[in-house]
Write a protein that binds this ligand. Structure first.
Ligand code: SF4
Length: 356
């Protein structure tokens, strides 16, 4: 108990004296803004999320305005952030808050937790920052700080570890000022006790068990590292008379609802060459008017999968009738949201699709 009290006191002393971390949503009491910032920051770096947060607040200053927006417009604004389930949940929850709560976020922790896309961490952040409720946030930053300071070697991703750390986080919380406490541990984990920590400047160093037992490098312990699935996406970019073929991803998979070019997915590297492409096109009754162009894609690493691929540029002699999708002009394409994987290609080549 003494150690927890000491931890809390040292942490808050650092927060009020040395914590200089600035963010536009810091100190915010409006649950809509806190919620929006938390959803944007899930799996996104603060530097990148900051810009998106400001764009969203400018475009949709209230949850009702967001709820009333068209899906396509919100997806377009979200474009580039990735993990599009977050964007779908964002819209869904905004509409639930508009329809079931008169456009005001509920203040009860469990009611907040029941909203789609909100987990324990975000619910605790909203409840503590906006409604002064005593719920401790627990995320990777918090787990790292706690496991090091208290020298706990239980894996943070084991069932037993999760329970133990949630209990410890809750016991360390300053019930009189839960919002400030949560902010301080989040900032401390992001700026001092980082994955590579700055122990030499750390005011908790004298009492930190990991530091004093030389275990900083091995804590926190993780039970399993995720094995990522490898996927190969070949995008055939068909252009015919100033129009380009695009289709919408409708399946329950990554990038659902976003647009893409014609896709051929394989489990291994298809190692395309001109002969192979000619053969592939021939089977589909498509005949190019000039030599095709093959561009290897830069791989994209997602949480559970790695996407590799190619972009193959084709200008067919006649409109390929077998393709099910839409042929859009440059202007029309500009209003559609595409995954980042496709933007790495359109942004970096001098080819005809640079306009995207
Ligand atoms: Fe983290 Fe190092 Fe401070 Fe311990 S001494 S809390 S490991 S930064």
């Amino acid at each position: 108990m003494k150690q927890k009290k000491l931890f809390r006191e040292l942490l808050l002393k650092w927060h009020y004296g040395e914590n200089k971390r600035a963010m536009p949503w810091k100190g915010e009491k409006d649950a809509y803004k806190v919620w929006l910032s938390e959803i944007i920051l899930q799996q996104t770096r603060v530097e990148q999320g900051w810009n998106y947060y400001e764009k969203f607040i400018q475009q949709y200053p209230t949850v009702i305005q967001l709820a009333n927006a068209k899906d396509e417009a919100v997806f377009k604004l979200w474009e580039g952030l990735g993990y599009y389930t977050r964007c779908r949940n964002l819209l869904h929850t905004a509409r639930v808050v508009r329809d079931n709560y008169n456009g005001r976020f509920p203040s009860d922790y469990n009611a907040i937790l029941n909203l789609k896309g909100i987990g324990n961490y975000t619910a605790a952040a909203i409840a503590s920052f906006c409604f002064n409720q005593p719920y401790a946030v627990v995320d990777g930053n918090v787990l790292r700080v706690l496991s090091r300071f208290f020298g706990i070697e239980n894996p943070i991703d084991s069932t037993e570890g999760k329970k133990l750390f949630s209990k410890l986080a809750q016991e360390c919380l300053d019930a009189a000022g839960p919002g400030e406490y949560n902010q301080s541990i989040m900032d401390f984990g992001a700026t001092v006790c980082k994955p590579v920590p700055v122990c030499r400047q750390c005011p908790l160093q004298k009492n930190c068990i990991a530091f004093n037992t030389n275990k900083v490098g091995i804590l926190p312990v993780k039970e399993k590292s995720i094995r990522k699935k490898e996927r190969w996406f070949t995008y055939f970019v068909f252009s015919y008379k100033d129009k380009t073929f695009v289709q919408q991803r409708t399946a329950k998979d990554i990038w659902q609802n976003l647009y893409e070019f014609y896709l051929e997915e394989t489990l291994t590297d298809p190692a395309w060459n001109h002969q192979k492409i000619k053969h592939w096109l021939h089977k589909k009754n498509i005949f190019p008017s000039k030599e095709t162009v093959i561009i290897p894609a830069k791989k994209q690493v997602l949480t559970h999968q790695v996407i590799h691929g190619y972009f193959i540029l084709i200008e067919p002699k006649t409109l390929p009738s077998a393709l099910k999708g839409a042929w859009l002009s440059k202007k029309e394409i500009k209003h559609k949201a595409f995954p980042q994987f496709i933007h790495q290609f359109t942004g970096k080549t001098n080819l005809q699709l640079q306009f995207l």
